[in-house]
Design a protein around this ligand. Sequence first.
Ligand code: ME8
Length: 511
Amino acid sequence: MKPKFYVTTPIYYVNDVPHIGHAYTSLACDVLARFKRLDGFDVFFLTGTDEHGQKVEKAAAAAGLDSQSFTDRVSPAFLEMAHLMGISNDDFIRTTEPRHKRATTELWRRLLAAGEIYLGGYEGWYAVRDEAFYDESELTSRPDGTRVGPSGAPVEWVVEPSYFFRLSAWQDRLLEFYDKHPDFIAPPSRRNEVLSFVRGGLKDLSISRTSFRWGIPVPDDAAHVMYVWLDALNNYVTATGWPDPDAPRAAFWPANLHMVGKDILRFHAVYWPAILMAAGLALPKRVFAHGWWTIEGEKMSKSLGNVIAPADLVAAYGLDPVRFFLLREVPFGSDGDFSRRALVSRLNTELANDLGNLAQRSLSLVARNCDGRLPPRGAPTEDDATLLAAAGALPALLRGHIDRQAFHEALEDVWKVVRAGNGYIDRQAPWALRKTDPERMAFVLRVLADVLRVIATVLQPFMPGSMAKMLDQLGVPETARDLAALATPLPDGTALSPPQGVFPRYNDTAA
Ligand code: ME8
């Protein structure tokens, strides 16, 4: 049986329009999911929308719609974004679905039965934009006197009856868990932030609201709806069919990875594991908090009018170049700045010049000089063997990088081989061998075809469409495109389809 791998994106708030920040998180998960499938795993990849809470209720009212009609109208934009970005999710969850209400009501009941929930009163600060409670010590004042939370979201003073989750009781067990599972929170700088937050002491968490209606009702107390984060986090469990132990996806829990932005790490790395332990459920293996994109040096915001819609980028540069750029430009985990100039420069140098030329030069020589058929393998020289070994090492190297979500390192290692391939073709000059030593020319081209096959195979998760084209041109059957298939050479004489450029060049002036 194939090993299982379960990866999740955050579920996005439907009050916003999808932008490249959302696309980025989903893309990182997609590359991971595709890589794992290529590596023989049975993958479950989940994304979806977070539809309850005060923020969505307000957005619905502003749009003049009831909350359910509003979410029905706006949730599909996130599904469309997934299609547009080539996201290969296996399920798309909406928190307004009956399956989710059922699972979350059951989660509440279990927490209550375990004595982890009590009724009290909340008096404190709340930021609707973040749907988060903040401590006085976390707030700052704007020049106009508005109090704001750490994210810059305005807070309001809330006084209302509330159910609480006994989070304070979980401090030591959380610290013990982090200690025993040093890879649970990544990258390490984020882990340290979480550790110091938890060491600083945890207060019980308010988990219900009475001042609005748009949420899952608290069982047996209809005056309360559940706090939207309790509801939202549980989507990851709902999607496995919980609490039905016979659900087809039951065995996917616990998730291998929750991918999130750094803004919502506390919810995933502190509240969620405590809730799961309290409910007697297994904990996810890992939470990775990636960095934040700014746009040409500015924060992305509707008021600045600089929000980048994934659809506009894909229309201008094509899907795979955009996917490549987002994961190549910035070390995964760090913050990054998006600029069209950087995008165009990466696409021209690394896709069009480095990889595109390597493929185009090699394949057009095969087409012209080898009757369009894969030349036979022979005895490798040292130069051949070095390049073949560098390519052969890629699958294992990438496995290591992808398992640590080091997408930029994975791409860097592939580009080392691409650059080595270009050096090799220049040194070997197969075009000059055509007259002097046709047999050697044929073998040099075979080395290049074999190396390109490895490169195109391991790059499929990043650029599925263009790498499928490249593998077509290399004569690799669709059944032989996973990592395991690389162990079997393609038969000599395989007919190749005529080469076509895969990556266009862009004009710098368009930037
Ligand atoms: O927080 N750069 O939803 P959300 C990078 N519903 N990533 C960005 C980004 C940027 N500028 N802007 C957004 C929520 N993101 C909750 C989640 S999960 C149980 C509930 C990405 O719509 C990043 O992944 O505000 C961030 O964590 C997420 O979008 C926030 O999406």
